[in-house]
Write a protein that binds this ligand. Structure first.
Ligand code: 13P
Length: 261
């Protein structure tokens, strides 16, 4: 189901591909070249970002990105030091990133990332010039027991407490219900609009700018993108599996263009 979107107030749309732990360098280069051929690139109303694994960042930056911006999937909260296996925000800037995903539910689940750590990461990333894409989302049992907003607000409040309202105001929020990630069961446009509107109102209450872009992520496809982009409070999408398929991702970018035309 599509939801209403006012035609008088139009914010730009952000389409972000999260490649997760997929693609070797040559495969990454081929995919970006194909996206370029398909015209899945940024224009003045749609920003396109891809977040490949760390290992592909330099190759992609060196070979040209057809106007697509580069992001990373994580960074450390410290500037440098004895953190074996970690990558700093400065290192990501150094290889040409302008965005970084922070606090993805897979990192919360698999590496026990806390909201306080996510706040520290966002704070540091912004300090060095990376725009954080901060992920929040509820588990299936939390939604089923009516706790969705309570969980999201708790996550946001703790991140804001650590990072500061100013940092979150300059970030991007991604609402990714955990039950919708990789399941093919995207939230409906109506569910997404309700949550995004509540998040925006809550951000304003806690003195974060209500103009923060709020993306939806979780089983976004070419088929459901138009409905999601028609929602007043949906400013774009964080796309996992579908971002690995050139045609599918290009179609999602196309739907974003239609919305802001
Ligand atoms: P899917 O689009 O594969 O559900 O993944 C969503 C996601 O986790 C993006 O960060």
């Amino acid at each position: 189901m599509a939801c209403q979107r006012s035609t008088t107030e139009v914010r730009s749309t952000l389409v972000v591909g999260n490649w997760k732990m997929n693609l070797l360098r040559n495969e990454a280069l081929d995919l970006v070249a194909e996206l370029g051929r398909l015209g899945a690139v940024a224009n003045e109303l749609v920003d396109v970002v891809i977040c490949p694994p760390f290992t592909a960042l330099t190759s992609l930056a060196d070979h040209g990105m057809h106007g697509i911006k580069l992001g990373a999937q994580n960074c450390h909260f410290s500037q440098k030091g004895a953190y074996t296996g970690e990558v700093s925000a400065e290192m990501l800037c150094d290889v040409g990133c302008s965005y970084v995903i922070i606090g993805h539910s897979e990192r919360r689940r698999d590496y026990n990332e806390t909201d306080a750590e996510i706040g520290r990461k966002a704070h540091h990333a912004l300090q060095v010039g990376l725009r954080p894409i901060i992920c929040v989302g509820e588990l299936l049992e939390e939604r089923q027991s009516g706790k969705t907003l309570e969980v999201l607000f708790r996550q946001i409040d703790e991140i804001v407490e650590t990072a500061g309202a100013d940092v979150v105001s300059k970030s991007v929020i991604a609402y990714e219900p955990v039950w919708a990630i990789g399941t093919g069961l995207a939230a409906t446009s109506a569910q997404v609009q309700d949550v995004h509107a509540a998040i925006r109102a809550h951000l304003e209450e806690i003195t974060v700018s209500g103009a923060v872009p709020i993306l939806y992520g979780g089983s976004v496809t070419a088929a459901n993108a138009a409905g999601l982009f028609s929602c007043q409070d949906v400013d774009g999408a964080l796309v996992g599996g579908a971002s690995l398929k050139a045609q599918e991702f290009a179609q999602i970018v196309h739907e974003a263009r239609q919305r802001t035309r």
